[in-house]
Design a protein around this ligand. Structure first.
Ligand SMILES: [Cu+2]
Length: 120
């Protein structure tokens, strides 16, 4: 969770992560004023939502394969989002980007999906 990366303001780094089912991700509060939480409708049905507090470093174990959209709540509309692909994600479900998203968040998700070569 960063105020600035090499090419973005208010961003997660990395913005896209591919992990195996059962892996644990630690969200680092490298800069202050950010959090990490799931976005409703953007994670597998069988998985549970999670929500870190502002400035909280959380560890999340991803047991359910699929694709997850993560946001920083205060900077969501500014596009502070990341994508985590858990297990073998052959394709991003059509519903992934169907929810209400700001243009910046949508653009970043599209970039993240493209960087992962997941197809859509
Ligand atoms: Cu933030």
């Amino acid at each position: 969770m960063l105020n600035r990366t090499d090419d973005a303001r208010m961003a997660f780094e990395p913005a896209f992560l591919e992990i195996a089912a059962g892996d644990t991700v630690r969200f680092l509060a490298s800069d202050r004023g950010h959090n990490a939480e799931t976005i409703d409708g953007m994670f597998p049905d069988a998985a549970s939502a999670f929500k870190g507090d502002i400035n909280e470093e959380i560890e999340v174990t991803f047991d359910v394969s699929g694709i997850y959209g993560i946001k920083c709540k205060p900077h969501f509309t500014m596009g502070m989002v990341m994508t985590i692909a858990v297990g073998d994600v052959a394709e991003v479900p059509a519903s992934f980007l169907e929810g209400r998203l700001s243009n910046k968040a949508r653009n970043r998700f599209e970039e993240q999906i493209a960087s992962g070569n997941l197809g859509q």
